[in-house]
Each structure stands twice: as structure tokens, then as C-alpha cells.
Design a binder for this molecule. Structure first.
Ligand SMILES: [Zn+2]
Length: 98
């Protein structure tokens, strides 16, 4: 590996640490899943105002309830997440084996 690896400046690391501390405080109060739901909702509302709804990040199901997608490259099933619900994985496998 090159010696010229980009190092993240200290002020950015400090900002990220401060943001994490803030989110931890809110998450412990209302739940981390709720933070993600609200974030998605607010992001969508912002994009709707710009006529770009659908560009927001979507939070999904609990990781423990998913299975690996099995994709290697660009994937329209998992959109790059690498995981699917068991039901969607079964549909994917069936369609790919027909
Ligand atoms: Zn995939």
C-alpha cells in the first residue's frame, strides 16, 4: 500500500465524534430505529420539495431477519445492500433458475 494514504484531518474526526455523541444521546432516548425512520421521512420531504422524491436513503428490516443476496456486481434485487428478506431471496432464486 502506498505511503500517500489520505488521512482524515483531525478537525473532521472531532466533528464526527461530536456527531456520534449527539446521535447516541438521541438514540438512547427515542431508539436508533426511530432515528432512521425520522431521517428517511425528513430526507424524503426535503427531496419532494425539490421534485426528487425517491432519492432518500431507506432503512430496511433487522439484519438478523435477512439473508445474503448472493450478487457479485450491480444488483437490482438488493441495490448494492448485499442482503434481502428470505421471501425476496426465494423469488429471486426462482426467477433466476427458470
Ligand atoms: Zn444483490
Amino acid at each position: 500500500m502506498s505511503e500517500d494514504v489520505f488521512e482524515i484531518p483531525e478537525y473532521i474526526l472531532a466533528k464526527w465524534a461530536e456527531e456520534k455523541k449527539f446521535i447516541k444521546q438521541v438514540g438512547e432516548r427515542i431508539g436508533y430505529g426511530r432515528i432512521m425512520q425520522i431521517g428517511q421521512e425528513l430526507w424524503r420531504e426535503q427531496l419532494e420539495e425539490m421534485g426528487l422524491a425517491g432519492g432518500e436513503f431507506a432503512s430496511g428490516p433487522c439484519v438478523a431477519s435477512t439473508v445474503p443476496c448472493g450478487c457479485k456486481d450491480s444488483c437490482g434485487w438488493c441495490c448494492g445492500a448485499g442482503w434481502l428478506t428470505e421471501h425476496v431471496k426465494a423469488v429471486k432464486d426462482k426467477m433466476e433458475n427458470e
